[in-house]
Design a protein around this ligand. Structure first.
Ligand code: GLU
Length: 450
């Protein structure tokens, strides 16, 4: 790291950390991208233009607002709402909303920063943004969720629009929340503007396969990485973390492709099922009853056990799918997975592996698909939902799924080829960061100093 390019990137990293104190997740996401860029700066001198990188690490706009709401007992709560509109060089800001007590401005900025490059990788003309709230939906009634969503949208509605900024779901925001948010937007604006949110219900502007897309896409990305190594998912055991939308559809696609997912988890611990996960039961427990995951093991019988507060990565499997949240897979977990013979890791969540864990996988020669490539299927189908909304049509599930498969293959091939071009074959982290960066940087440069 002693070339002039590397020193300039190091100075920028230090400046980002100084100007954005107490935002460790944002620092981590920026550092990871900057670390990949030195060879691009050496090869493409136009990127050395003063101010280019400085603009890319600075959001175009950051919106913070108060979200007051009343619970079922009439008590008033005051949460904080966020929307970071990070970069619109390639299209309207696009990215999900996360409702979780851990949400703060640094978390939203890390997610928004990742989203810029992920969205560029889809090739579908979408900029990057992210938002959410520190609201905790856990244990709240439908009515409380509705009142919270209505209050949140009352402010957010001033800032979004189908040509401006298009939110969707993330952790804590699924079809139910998107419904309440869309209803309130429609009421305030008196417009049927289907393209203002994605992840809507089928029948009122939603796309087939949108709920499935992130999990399916992450498995398809793993299948592409394995195909490049001359093998398939068939007959392999899989370790999956999480039990939300991404994890459930990861398990579903793995089973369709003949693999055997053995685990699922939530914040209370994990379940391991030696017969393979019973998806119907897991859905009943997590989606219908919104209960703790231990309930799965209670009802499943002797093949399943619940491990409270354990590390799901202690379970041996051929492939791993971190599909819960950021920094859920540490260096020691990666060492354990490698020791147990893991062949591929595909990130369904955003930044689930720590930088130290990524290094362990790469040094061991494990095929590692970083989130911004491997989980781009969700936002890609969101872009397809926007296309359908603009044309006032609804495509069949078969059509959307085959488009998703083609997009995931293209993302895989583009990131693979970029990594090879820059002399690091098989390094999808470098490939994804450089491919995404080149697309965004070219558009930023072409559009002048704004
Ligand atoms: N929250 C998802 C992501 O991390 C999807 C965003 C969207 O569909 O806009 O990419």
């Amino acid at each position: 790291m002693s070339t002039p390019e590397a020193s300039r990137l190091e100075a920028l990293r230090a400046e980002v950390e100084r100007r954005n104190p107490a935002q460790p997740e944002f620092h981590q996401a920026v550092r990871e991208v900057l670390e990949s860029l030195a060879p691009v700066f050496a090869a493409r001198p136009e990127y050395a233009e003063p101010g280019l990188l400085e603009r890319i690490v600075e959001p175009e706009r950051q919106i913070l607002f108060r979200v007051p709401w009343q619970d079922d007992r009439g008590r008033v709560h005051v949460n904080r709402g966020f929307r970071v509109e990070f970069n619109s060089a390639l299209g309207p800001y696009k990215g999900g909303l996360r409702f979780h007590p851990s949400v703060n401005i640094g978390v939203v900025k890390f997610l928004g920063f990742e989203q810029i490059f992920k969205n560029a990788l889809t090739g579908l003309g979408i900029g990057g943004g992210k938002g959410g709230s520190d609201f905790d939906p856990h244990g709240r009634s439908d009515n409380e969720i509705m009142r919270f969503c209505q209050s949140f949208m009352t402010e957010l509605s001033r800032h979004i629009g189908e040509h401006t900024d298009v939110p969707a779901g993330d952790i804590g925001v699924g079809g139910r929340e998107i419904g309440y948010l869309f209803g309130q937007y429609r009421r305030i604006t008196n417009r049927w503007e289907a393209g203002v949110l994605t992840g809507k219900g089928i029948g009122w502007g939603g796309s087939a396969i949108r709920p499935e897309a992130t999990g399916y896409g992450s498995v398809l990305f793993a299948a592409e990485m394995l195909a490049r190594r001359g093998t398939t998912l068939e007959g392999l055991t899989a370790v999956v973390s999480g039990s939300g939308n991404v994890a459930l559809h990861t398990i579903e696609k793995l089973q369709q492709l003949g693999a055997n997912p053995l685990t699922a988890s939530d914040s209370s611990g994990y379940v391991v099922d030696t017969k393979g996960i019973d998806l119907e039961l897991l859905r009943q427990v997590k989606e219908v009853e919104r209960a703790r995951i231990s309930e799965y093991a209670v009802r499943r019988g002797p093949s399943a056990s619940f491990v409270a507060d354990g590390r799901v990565w202690d379970v041996a499997g051929d492939v791993a799918f971190p599909s819960a949240t950021q920094n859920e897979l540490h260096e020691q977990d990666a060492v354990t997975l490698v020791r147990n013979g893991v062949k591929a890791v595909s990130e369904g969540a955003n930044m689930p592996s720590t930088p130290e864990a990524v290094r362990v996988f790469q040094e061991a020669g494990v095929a590692f698909g970083p989130g911004k490539a491997a989980n781009a299927g969700g936002v890609a189908v969101s872009a397809l939902e926007m296309s359908q909304n603009a044309a006032r049509v609804a495509w069949s599930a078969e059509r959307v799924e085959s488009e998703l498969a083609a997009i995931m293959k293209r993302i895989h091939d583009d990131t693979y080829e970029t990594a090879a071009r820059y002399g690091t074959p098989g390094d999808y982290v470098t490939g994804a960061n450089i491919t995404g960066f080149e697309r965004v940087a070219d558009a930023v440069l072409a559009q002048g100093l704004i």
